[in-house]
Design a protein around this ligand. Structure first.
Ligand code: TYD
Ligand code: MG
Length: 470
């Protein structure tokens, strides 16, 4: 007789364990293992309840052949359409993840209203908020008059039965996947089993009807409910909505997209009237600059296809500690250690007696190695107390040997810098020669040591200017 087995499933990463443990071996999170029954669980596909049958032969095809462009529904909210790669794709499932309160429901309400006003059938199902709360938000957003179909419901079968009535919907928004539950699985809503089974049912609905579905997923720290990661592999696209507490702008980042480019970002600003598009993010990130203080360097970065200028701030201060402190916000800590090591080993700059703090202004997060040169410049500037030229941008990767390496899209970075009034640039030698930024002083070091010497040498120049040197 088959025994009714139970399993322990990590609510963070979805790994199945046979035995309970305090820590998940797979992702290293603590207290995330929860006992769940096996029915409707992992591997329970659509056919698992049917008796074993002989397989059907499917026709093979070739790699070449007719391709159609994915049919899209364009919301008209430029930054959202940019992140989705040109609009929601019919018959696809999109996951929008983010911390609670970041603005996911606000963004999707605005998108729903925009699409419904264009004549699309848009259904918004909320499992989190009551209808009155959603209406209140819609009023605040000035979207109350648009013909969005609204329901507060959490059972997947009921939702599918409801939206199957009448004309096929163009877009179905489910806020959030963690509140949904299906009759097919018997664990509590929010567990990995329920989240996966519900997502699977909805994705099957999208594929079979051609409606686009959007699943909202909360990022969870405590692991009490399953995070969006457990459905990332099932959906066609994943967008994360990010922002730092205390900053009012939000970044919609494309992490996965089966129908378009990844690494694209959409930038928004949260206001009293909902999310406003920010068409030129560089102006926003450079808004509150104090160009005259040492330790600040402007990095000319790329986010997907778009250049973004952002200020990198470093503070290097004498440390009272045996092991000095290194703290990073918005960049990779390991990468900072590497830059510090290269500065010590190849440029004779010593940080071993100093605390080092590095911050990317405005809560922006950089993942590009191209920021190396800007980080190094900010660090040296702070250590020496010499401010960098205010009208200069920096980009370039630094190798462990201390050499400055080329990065992609030099032309676009320089164009953006020029547009925003920057007159000079420090960039790798051999970057696509195009005339932009070269007229007004481009400095092209091959070694990091050259840049360090230039910054240190500016003491003499600035002192002479101020008449301090004779
Ligand atoms: P919400 O969309 O409910 O977040 P999520 O769905 O990601 O949990 O947004 C919540 C926050 O946004 C809330 O703190 C209030 C703020 N907000 C505004 O500042 N302006 C607005 O117009 C709206 C609708 C919300
Ligand atoms: Mg919400």
């Amino acid at each position: 007789m088959a025994k009714n087995r139970t399993q322990f499933i990590c609510q963070n990463c979805g790994t199945v364990h046979q035995r309970w443990a305090g820590k998940c071996d797979s992702c290293g999170e603590w207290n995330t293992l929860i006992e769940e029954g096996t029915s409707g669980g992992i591997g329970a596909g659509p056919g698992s309840l049917r008796s074993a049958r002989k397989g059907r032969v499917v026709a093979m095809t070739t790699l070449s052949g007719e391709i159609e462009d994915a049919p899209r529904i364009v919301s008209g909210i430029g930054e959202l359409d940019r992140a989705t790669g040109g609009g929601f794709v019919r018959g696809s499932a999109l996951l929008v993840g983010g911390d609670p309160g970041i603005g996911k429901s606000t963004l999707l309400t605005q998108a729903a209203a925009a699409l419904a006003s264009q004549g699309h059938r848009v259904v918004y199902v909320s499992g989190e908020e009551a209808v009155a709360q959603i209406r209140l938000r819609a009023q605040r957003l000035g979207a109350a008059s648009s013909p969005v179909e609204l329901a507060a419901e959490t059972n997947v079968e009921d939702i599918l039965a409801t939206i199957s009535e009448g004309r096929r919907p163009d877009l179905v928004i489910l806020d959030s996947i963690q509140t949904l539950w299906t009759d097919l699985a018997d664990s509590a809503p929010g567990t990995v089993t329920q989240v996966r089974a519900s997502a699977q049912a909805l994705i099957r609905y999208a594929k079979s009807t051609g409606a686009a579905i959007v699943l909202v997923g909360h990022v969870t720290k405590e692991g009490q409910i399953a995070g969006p990661r457990v459905v990332e592999h099932m959906v066609d696209g994943v967008l994360y909505f990010e922002g730092e507490g205390g900053h009012h702008y939000r970044i919609l980042r494309t992490v996965k997209n089966r129908f378009g480019p990844t690494d694209e970002i959409g930038v928004f600003e949260m206001s009293d009237g909902g999310l406003r598009e920010v068409a030129n993010p560089s102006e926003l990130f450079l808004g509150e600059r104090h160009a005259k203080s040492p330790g600040a360097a402007v990095f000319a970065g790329m986010e997907g296809t778009r250049p973004v200028l952002v200020e990198i701030q470093a503070l290097v201060a004498p440390s009272p500690l045996g092991t000095p402190r290194r703290a990073v916000v918005g960049w990779d800590g390991a990468r900072l250690s590497m830059i510090l090591a290269v500065l010590e080993a190849h440029c004779g700059v010593r940080f071993s007696q100093h605390d080092v703090y590095l911050n990317v202004a405005g809560g922006f997060r950089i993942s590009e190695p191209a920021a190396d040169l800007a980080v190094a410049a900010a660090l040296v500037s702070s250590l020496t107390g010499l401010a960098l030229p205010a009208d200069c941008v920096y980009f370039g990767e630094i190798s462990l040997s201390g050499a400055v390496r080329q990065v992609a899209h030099a032309q676009q970075r320089l164009k953006e810098a020029e547009k925003l009034g920057f007159g000079s640039a420090v960039l790798p030698l051999g970057s696509e020669e195009i005339g932009v930024g070269t007229g007004s002083g481009a400095f092209r070091p091959t070694e990091l040591a050259e840049l360090v010497a230039r910054i240190a040498g500016s003491r003499r120049g600035s002192a002479a200017q101020a008449g301090e040197l004779d």
